[in-house]
Design a binder for this molecule. Sequence first.
Ligand code: BYC
Ligand code: FE
Ligand code: FE
Length: 483
Amino acid sequence: MLDIVNVEYDTLIPNNVSLSQDKRVLKALERWHPGYINWWKGMGPEGFQESLVYLRTAVSVDPKGWAKFDYVKMPEYRWGVLLAPQVEDRRIPCGEHLGQPVWHEVPGEYRSMLRRLVVIQGDTEPASVEQQRHLGKTAPSLYDMRNLFQVNVEEGRHLWAMVYLLQKYFGADGREEADELLRRQSGSVESPRMLGAFNEATPDWLSFFMFTYFTDRDGKMQLESLAQSGFDPLSRTCRFMLTEEAHHMFVGETGVGRVIQRTCEAMKAAGIDDPYDIEKVRALGVIDLPTIQKKLNLHYTLSLDLFGSEISTNAANAFNAGIKGRYQEAKIEDDHQLHNATYPVMQLVDGVVVTTQVPALSAINMRLRDDYSRDAAGGVKRWNLAIEKSGIAFQMKLPHDGFHRQIGIFAQVPMTPDGIILTAGEWQKRKDEWLPTRADGDFIQSLMKPVWESGQYAGWIAPPKIGIDNKPGDFEYVQLHMA
Ligand code: BYC
Ligand code: FE
Ligand code: FE
């Protein structure tokens, strides 16, 4: 019986897709499993595979009670295949097939487009685990360490989600792609991960918090678009992934917020009012606000690149096919086909930034990126409220969309965070004002000393306001068993 709410636990792979009745796919996944565990042990959190971590595991897809918390050794985490419940009589929400019943099998004409999107989505998930694998060793508390590992195991589950789609719906080439997902590696020269930001290092915890705030949020926006897909299994998969994603961005927003809060408190206590008195602030053992801004600049712009080119035929085709929708497609009041619609896109004309109207169908990536920027601005506003409250004259800011870009209209255009175009020489001279330098990185690294006693926190970060799963402040979120 297909039970959409409760999860089957009698198979090696927990699932709510009746794998025990789908022998072919169950076998394929069981064959893939050892390679995955091997990858997790080799490329997952380094040094903590024996530790008991207080993790949530998805046990249902009921939004009211889908997770249960318990101590787990990470390699024994029950990574499962979970789809959100099927919506009855769901219709294709956009494009040329608008209003037709959704597909439950891969439509032949869109097979390669769909496979490409699933593979790209799948590639980012293990990439982030690889990028974060060294961070456990410098965790500023057991609480933070646990949150890191929670994010990691869930990104592992997101990989399972995409591998299930590949194995079930894409035959032999799906199987090959599933194997490739374990072969590519973040930062590798011969076989790197597919998208730029996923080959960058995550060298310290401030980067980790910025990554989960900005880059996981690209994940949210992309999953929201794929949740609109007329290919129903993809839609249902992404809808459930989104419930997990919220926690990742919570870790990012509160993480950056706690770093900022600690810096402001330390400055106040020492009677320092000038946020630009960097040496004095750093001497307190906290990260100065301008350096936090530089990290923000870096991670925000790397994440903007993940939306692809502002004007894209790939994106137009995917929308038109009903394979990928817009953010909250159903709430948009238009024809959902974009026959005559236009959308404003910034362009560079004779060295000047101008906004022009282009066919909306070609600007699907741009629109999603704009939705992303609005979403990302929310947390920045909350960080600024905290700075303001402490009476320090400083505000964090999202840089101009053209600053420090590698993809699209502004790729390689030298520009300040305020959007002023520079010469290549000026950029070289001034870029250290806006992006983290080696020295900034070294300073942050010097603070990255592990604090592993229950209830204790490193001096550069404030404790959280509340515990995970309502646990008290001195709860032992990770029971360490060092390898
Ligand atoms: N790096 O028409 P264009 C997440 C390529 S994050 C390298 O502009 P399109 C997560 C592009 O592939 C969400 N290459 O782009 C977060 C194309 O190459 P080909 C991940 C890039 O296709 C944190 C060419 O440039 N999911 O889940 O409209 C932790 C021209 O492309 C990049 C998805 O991204 C880049 N940044 O849009 C864990 C959803 N950008 O094919 C997880 C699936 C573009 O000509 N992906 N290129 O050789 C997509 O929907 C689209 O592929 C993209 C690009 C939005 C990524
Ligand atoms: Fe993910
Ligand atoms: Fe995530």
